[in-house]
Write a protein that binds this ligand. Structure first.
Ligand code: UDP
Length: 252
């Protein structure tokens, strides 16, 4: 199912269910595709960082991640169908890979984490869905060997977990050299599936306050993102709505 996409800050946010998003990812076997998840924090960064904005605008899909984007959709008259975030998509993606024989390369997070995620996928799917992995703290001198290990793994999908906007910029800079059909930026996902950071309880996720949990887990790193960032985001959306309503009433 797809509804009208949400236009936000000149970016077109793909308005699909999780099921359809997963199909889009899995169907992109032939050509090279780049897909990203966009939440309120990403929009705040894109508003100030033209390079990141350009990268997002050139992606094949931007999935609507989190309650901030849902709120924006509601306020701007384009209700968002589903919360399509990487953390919920990951187990579904692993199962789809196990069924289809496609394989993932996991790039990012601290040394040892991606390997734990690979172990998790084996345990939960009973298959070898991970073709290879590498941590995300390598130097520029090591970059070519990382690209080579992605290439030689024969992976169908590359998940890059190095944080926003570094991961999107890394993919964009190296996209021509990355011989992988699908590349996606997935943020802190590996930390959750390795068990190094626990995810919010289900009830918090279902009422759209997973960010409160993340704030409690890492207050020093997250306070600016959530306390300041959420206010900035709400003001941004309110301003867009006000400008729109003002324009509409002026043309009547
Ligand atoms: N990270 C990395 N390389 C770096 C900096 C960060 O691999 O040079 C990893 C970090 O270990 C963490 C992830 O990137 O696993 C960023 O997580 P965060 O929750 O900040 O993601 P975001 O919410 O920004 O997408």
């Amino acid at each position: 199912m797809q509804r009208q996409d949400l236009e936000l800050l000149g970016l077109s946010i793909t308005n699909v269910t999780m099921e359809r998003a997963l199909e889009m990812v899995m169907d992109c076997a032939g050509e090279r595709h780049t897909m990203h998840f966009v939440n309120a924090h990403c929009i705040n960064i894109a508003a100030k960082d033209p390079e990141y904005h350009r990268i997002l605008s050139q992606a094949d899909a931007l999935f609507a991640d989190g309650s901030g984007i849902r709120f924006a959709g509601k306020w701007l008259g384009t209700p968002i169908i589903d919360n399509v975030n990487g953390t919920d998509m990951f187990p579904l993606l692993c199962q789809a890979c196990a069924r289809s024989g496609k394989r993932l390369f996991l790039l990012g997070a601290a040394p040892g984490i991606a390997q734990q995620v690979a172990d998790w996928t084996k345990e939960h799917t009973g298959s070898e869905v991970v073709a290879g992995y590498h941590h995300g703290f390598f130097s520029s001198a090591e970059e070519s060997s990382v690209v080579e290990s992605i290439h030689s793994s024969g992976a169908d999908l590359l998940l890059v977990a190095m944080g926003v906007p570094a991961q999107e910029k890394w993919i964009a800079r190296l996209r021509d050299r990355l011989d992988v059909p699908v590349c996606m930026g997935v943020g802190g996902l590996f930390d959750f599936y390795s068990g190094s950071i626990s995810r919010a309880p289900k009830w918090m996720r279902s009422v759209g306050i997973e960010w409160v949990w993340r704030l409690c887990m890492e207050p020093h790193r997250m306070w600016r993102r959530y306390i300041v960032g959420n206010v900035v985001f709400i003001v941004r959306i309110a301003r867009i709505r006000f400008t729109r309503v003002h324009k509409e009433s002026a043309t009547e």
